[in-house]
Design a protein around this ligand. Sequence first.
Ligand SMILES: Cc1ncc(COP(=O)(O)O)c(C=O)c1O
Length: 312
Amino acid sequence: MLGIQVSPLEEFRYHSKEENLCLEFYIKRDDLIHPIVSGNKWRKLKYSIAKAEQNKNEAILTFGGALSNHLVATAAACKEVGLKSIGYVRGEELNEHSNPTLQQCAELGMELHFITREEYNLKNEKFYTDELHIEHPNVYIVPEGGANYYGIIGCSEIIGELPEDVSDIFVSAGTGTTAAGLLMGSRAHQTIHIVSALKGEWMEEEVKKLLMYSLFDEEAVDELMQRAHFIYDAHCGGYAKTNPELIEFIQKVYQQTGVKLDPVYTGKSMLWIKHNWKQCSPTGRLVFLHTGGVQGATFMQEKLAVNLYPES
Ligand SMILES: Cc1ncc(COP(=O)(O)O)c(C=O)c1O
């Protein structure tokens, strides 16, 4: 099983004289867990890997887009524990040289299969995964983004690493798995602020589905969902879209605090906190969960033609 260390909880302080603003809260540094399998990737994968080892599977097979942090993390984690990794990638036009993410997957030993968007949409259908099991006997299949029961359980453990007086936790959401885990582990007095990285207002439905799938108890799920606050206006124009304000904020945060945020998830969530800081009134400690993604951000710098982490 992948080993895990307890990530530090640090004080975070960011100020802006021009805006007459000083953000002060705590940051749970899951980004420091591992250089590649960082943040929620480690949390979401560790029990799936343990399960594959227990089953004596020879590989983990999973899915992702062209810039998937999850694919790279799976490749790295599998390599570390001596499992093979197989990645099904959305886009038959791609290959292992298309971008640094796919290149790194290949370098880490991942066997890559490039499939059409139509085929990719079948990834959660039973008949399709049955076919994959025939094609690749003895693999353990992990859904896109590590969004399975084990992923939720892994993320639920974050709560136990936080002091009891934490009242508010901010988390970035893509599949909603990390958020579902936090809700599952949460204490009754806590609010989990779930910041969607995607345009559209369906994250609540996704998180509820993931919890139902894990708990099979509507009453318990409804109770947990009351601890959730969904934020839909942080996406800066859509998934992986950026704007100059976001880039400048990420740069300033790095220069002032040394914390690297990424432009797809954590940067947008923290920018939302900045915009809404005056309305944030936690009854206890406010914690920002750093879900990692910095290795993906390093690749994005090239595409964006900016240095996200300039020295001051
Ligand atoms: C850095 C980062 N933060 C947050 C998320 C969203 O996590 P989830 O898919 O569990 O909602 C991702 C994607 O997995 C990510 O790469």
